[in-house]
Design a protein around this ligand. Structure first.
Ligand code: THU
Length: 134
């Protein structure tokens, strides 16, 4: 199992804070931005569509603290079956689009149990509004 960067260990620890009574699938994320570390976990809701992923919770915590560019992110799905496919460990498409809002194409994405990717490998053609002013 790939351990990834030290950020992956922080993501694994953050997963223990997940509120996932419906999926029973706890996810943690850790973001490095401006020399600080921000963590997140998935938070579900009885109205299922309102669930938010761990990655977005961590990214939004960084943004709320004033960051506008994230330097690295790690994600850890601690309840995924140990011998399951890598696809069950990858960040979802919505989170990849949110990463693209606040990161360069070279953003390192550490996926626990899979390996290290760049954002452009995971999400080569993001939607970016030309008027975006960070
Ligand atoms: N989940 C994440 O937190 N991140 C992802 O990238 C994929 C899915 C969460 C959402 C939901 O709470 C649970 O995992 C099952 O989909």
């Amino acid at each position: 199992m790939a351990q990834g960067s030290p950020l992956s260990a922080i993501a694994r620890a953050a997963a223990s804070g997940a509120y996932a009574p419906y999926s029973r699938f706890r996810v943690g994320a850790a973001v490095e931005a401006g020399g600080k570390i921000y963590t997140g976990c998935n938070v579900e809701n009885a109205s299922y569509g309102l669930a938010i992923c761990a990655e977005r919770v961590a990214i939004f915590a960084a943004i709320a603290d004033g960051a506008r560019l994230i330097d690295a992110i790690a994600v850890a799905c601690i309840d995924a079956p140990p011998a399951g496919p890598a696809s069950g460990l990858m960040p979802c498409g919505a989170c990849r689009q949110v990463m693209a809002e606040f990161a360069d194409a070279a953003l390192p994405v550490y996926v626990d149990g899979v390996g290290k990717f760049t954002l452009s490998e995971l999400f080569p053609l993001p939607f970016i509004l030309p008027s975006a002013d960070h």
